[in-house]
Design a protein around this ligand. Structure first.
Ligand SMILES: Cc1cc2nc3c(=O)[nH]c(=O)nc-3n(C[C@H](O)[C@H](O)[C@H](O)COP(=O)(O)OP(=O)(O)OC[C@H]3O[C@@H](n4cnc5c(N)ncnc54)[C@H](O)[C@@H]3O)c2cc1C
Length: 379
């Protein structure tokens, strides 16, 4: 499947999935698509990560055609993403610790033999090598493959989860700080403390449709231990009153202004912010995707005669008047802005986040109880 870098393709793919694939999603989603030679999941994540499609509109489009009960599994997955976001927003120290651990681990593992074999795809585990190649070539991996990959990385190759999480951010088109960091922690057994995810030979064999057999992986490893505990940060996410005719900043996570909760507000100018100043270096394809998505948003603003400019993140700190910004979420962009203590920026939060994040103080199964309420409030 050719992955096109624009909103028109995103809409087309969403409609195709809703019409043709959604009804079999819960039955097929655990099978990795390549082996069945057909789409088992939506592959919408690069669009959703960049806000080319937003979660609220995806849910709305689904519910136009399917009942909640028939689409519940898929809607729950969309809301997993929102849950991970809220979880990290309430515990931002997890991200800070990940970045500082990563810098030390990168030095320590620079010449580590298993690390070198893993990132070259030259281990003695064929499926792992194939997935590494697929990650680098297609910038996408199926969810189940991500789980197996991360488990083999941590428990068979004995490598730190932080290095694997950074590798994913570098190569994935949908690289997302909260989903990625917290999923790697979950596989390691430090997110749900004491419960690690162990890739099993029978499971890989079954869900790759026997593509891989006789796989030697460590099926009995103990969870990783990390004694750090993260207290909930008391954070009231509130939207300020929007004054008309101010400027608006948009980062790479909200690239469909016309579909946002703020599309009816009158902003004097929109700045689309590029970031080439990152702690985790991105590969060429991912950089290209982000540039194309920003240019696509720019074209759509132009078409609607909205005044805009594409700027680099370093230029944001030169803006010394009050501006609004669609909240960039915990991660590289927010870190950069925060490091310059830009008090003149007022953040705008999306309705779906404001409704959902208050339920992210406990585990996902608690959050799940609130999903029908969240959907109702959204409408
Ligand atoms: C180790 C690991 C790392 C991951 N890193 C990322 C990442 O960087 N970015 C990212 O978007 N997802 C990440 N995920 C979650 C998940 O694998 C992807 O969202 C999913 O594979 C995307 O493919 P899809 O769009 O076909 O998903 P579908 O199954 O079609 O799901 C629809 C949408 O729901 C959301 N979603 C689905 N599964 C999950 C999940 N388990 N957690 C959170 N959201 C989910 C995504 O937005 C996805 O596009 C990671 C999972 C693991 C195990």
């Amino acid at each position: 499947m050719v992955f096109e870098h624009n909103r028109a393709a995103a809409e087309k793919n969403l409609n195709y999935f809703i019409e043709n694939k959604l009804s079999n999603y819960s039955k097929l989603r655990n099978f990795s698509a390549d082996t069945l030679n057909r789409l088992t999941t939506s592959k919408l994540s690069p669009y959703i990560t960049h806000g080319i499609l937003n979660e609220a509109e995806v849910i709305k489009e689904i519910l136009k055609k399917h009942s909640f009960s028939k689409s519940e599994k898929f809607i729950n997955e969309i809301l997993w993403r929102i849950y991970w976001k809220g979880y990290l927003e309430l515990r931002p120290q997890i991200w800070d610790d990940f970045i500082s651990d990563l810098k030390a681990i990168e030095i320590e593992y620079k010449n580590n033999r298993n690390y070198k074999l893993a990132i070259e795809g030259s281990t003695n585990i064929k499926c792992f090598n194939d997935w590494l190649k697929e990650l680098k070539e297609t910038n996408y991996l199926h969810n189940h493959v991500r789980m197996w990959f991360a488990s083999i990385w941590i428990f068979t190759l004995n490598l730190p989860w932080q290095l694997g999480a950074s590798l994913f951010i570098k190569y994935l088109y949908d690289g997302d700080i909260s989903s990625n960091t917290l999923s790697w922690r979950w596989v390691a057994g430090i997110q749900t403390v004491g419960k690690n995810y162990l890739a099993k030979e029978w499971n890989i064999r079954k869900f790759t449709n026997e593509k891989y057999t006789n796989i030697k992986v460590n099926e009995n490893a103990l969870p990783i231990i990390d004694m750090r505990q993260y207290q909930l940060k008391l954070n009231e996410f509130l939207n300020p009153k929007i004054k008309q005719n101010l400027k608006l900043l948009i980062f790479e996570n909200n690239l469909s202004f016309e579909e946002s909760d703020f599309s009816n507000k009158n902003f004097e100018k929109i700045f689309l912010v590029k970031n080439n100043n990152r702690k985790i270096e991105l590969c060429k394809n991912v950089k290209e995707l982000k540039n194309n998505f920003i240019n696509d948003q720019a074209n759509r603003l132009k078409y609607k005669s909205i005044n805009y400019e594409v700027i680099n993140i370093e230029d944001v700190i030169k803006i010394n008047e009050d501006v609004f910004a669609l909240y960039p979420n915990i991660g590289e962009n927010f870190d950069f802005i925060k490091s310059y203590n830009s008090k003149n920026i007022k953040y705008l939060y999306r309705k779906i986040d404001l409704i959902s994040w208050k339920y992210c103080n406990k585990g996902f199964f608690n959050f799940k109880n609130y999903i029908p309420k969240i959907i109702k409030e959204l409408n």
